[in-house]
Design a binder for this molecule. Structure first.
Ligand code: PLP
Length: 416
């Protein structure tokens, strides 16, 4: 029930969605002039190699050997058939999950963290600043910076900083320095948008420092495509051709892009984004140019947004509390290639508990969103008797989210 690939089957090139989109992506705009940004505008924040990837028209981009050497610590990740869950549901559907929780930091985020740290170090940068929501991205970047001897400064959304002290300890174990955000307002629970403002402000002040973003941007989704590329090969090992539906939780869109983009040209495959009802960017936001952060310092991106000053409630899926979405994901939703669904928090924890009690694995609250949608697809297949093939991204484990499970089991969960 577990489909593994040998080490030498890690993809050696990333899948670039940009030249394959039905409608080309609209350019990011300068926050001051509102003109399209050029590479020089982004140079204070990112290394040129990543700026190049952000705009590249090449269909495939080679993964540097130094990056592959580190990815090999946990990749290829297993593809697992959730047969016990299928039996419990009594569904004729076959449910597969791609287990990204086996990375050192516990989620998919490490795939891009390693690449970003590598390119920064290669261009002489010695320090990186970033934001983190649930703490998964911060831990991934702390791990990656340690591999390349870079200093790492993490601005952690205050509500997660308070809810998840062990995440902070994990980041510090890998040498990062972690502070709660917003730095200027200790009474605010914070949001990803605010933490991005803090991290960008840090990077622009120092010549030795670049900024690193864990989601949203084109190069981040690009680095995550190893997930879908491996899964495609593993499904064949499992005796399948293509899945009927590919599902992932969507915060800024990186693990969703990672698993779904390699299937974007397979017309029969449905692609589904799952988001929280309390932060319903794709299902209720409007498609517009908006800032990536709260303070309005980043370029304006063409995306579905709830407004850059939107303050999401303090749900446990901290990584899904983002007002905007990746331009690539937004483009796919706008053109009808991708669907989006939203669930209230309680429904996602019910699903996470069902998964833990059948498959045995305890998912991150973000991952619980994908599990909910996968279960609903499987139950729909039970109604119709269809042998549907469902693939979802198991984006991270929930070992450091136990207080969320405790809240759920004791009726303290905000069912927003
Ligand atoms: C486990 C997990 N899944 C999903 C997400 C959502 O992020 P993204 O949409 O960039 O994949 C996060 C973000 O922190 C996460 O930690």
């Amino acid at each position: 029930m577990r489909y593994t690939l040998p080490e030498d089957r890690i993809p050696t090139a990333w899948f670039n969605a940009l030249p394959r989109l039905q409608e080309p992506l609209m350019p990011p705009l300068h926050p001051g002039t509102r003109e399209p940004v050029g590479p020089d505008d982004l140079a204070p924040l990112f290394p040129m190699a990543l700026i190049g990837q952000e705009m590249s028209g090449d269909p495939w981009i080679d993964i540097p050997g130094e990056v592959l050497e580190i990815l090999r610590l946990w990749r290829p990740t297993p593809l697992v058939r959730a047969e016990r869950l299928e039996k419990f549901l009594g569904t004729p559907a076959r449910i597969y999950f791609k287990d990204e929780s086996v990375s050192p930091a516990g989620s998919h985020k490490t795939n891009t963290a390693v690449a970003q740290a590598f390119y920064n170090q290669a261009e002489g940068i010695t320090r990186i600043s970033t934001e983190t929501g649930a703490g998964q991205w911060g831990t991934a970047l702390a791990f990656a910076c340690r591999q390349f001897d870079l200093e790492c400064k993490v601005y952690m959304v205050r509500s997660s900083y308070d809810q998840k002290p062990y995440r902070k300890i994990m980041m510090e174990t890998w040498g990062a320095s972690v502070v709660p955000s917003p730095v200027a307002d200790p009474s605010s629970p914070g949001s990803l948008g605010m933490a991005i403002s803090d991290a960008v402000a840090d990077a622009v002040q120092r010549a030795d420092t670049h900024y690193s973003l864990g989601s949203v941007l084109n190069h981040v989704l690009l680095h995550q495509t190893v997930i879908g590329l491996e899964a495609k090969e593993q499904l064949v090992l499992a005796g399948e051709t293509l899945p009927d539906v590919v599902i992932a939780p969507c915060g800024g869109g990186s693990n969703l892009g990672g698993i779904a983009l390699p299937f974007m040209q397979d017309a029969t495959v449905r692609l589904v984004a799952v988001e929280p009802m309390s932060c319903p960017t794709l299902t209720e936001g409007s498609f517009e140019y908006d800032f990536g952060d709260t303070a309005g310092m980043t370029p304006l991106l063409p995306m579905y947004s709830l407004g850059h000053d939107f303050m999401p409630p303090e749900i446990h899926a901290g990584g899904l509390r983002y007002h905007g979405d990746s331009p690539i994901i937004s483009n796919l939703v706008k053109t009808g290639r991708m669907e989006a669904v939203a669930y209230p928090q309680g429904k996602t924890f019910e699903a996470a508990m069902m998964f833990a009690n059948t498959e045995g694995k305890l998912p991150a609250p973000e991952t619980g969103h994908a599990i909910r949608a996968a279960i609903d697809e499987a139950l729909a297949a039970k109604e119709t008797g269809e042998e549907k093939v469902i693939l979802f991204d198991y984006s991270g484990h929930g070992f450091l989210d136990l207080s969320a499970y405790d809240d759920f089991m004791h009726g303290r969960l905000l069912d927003a």
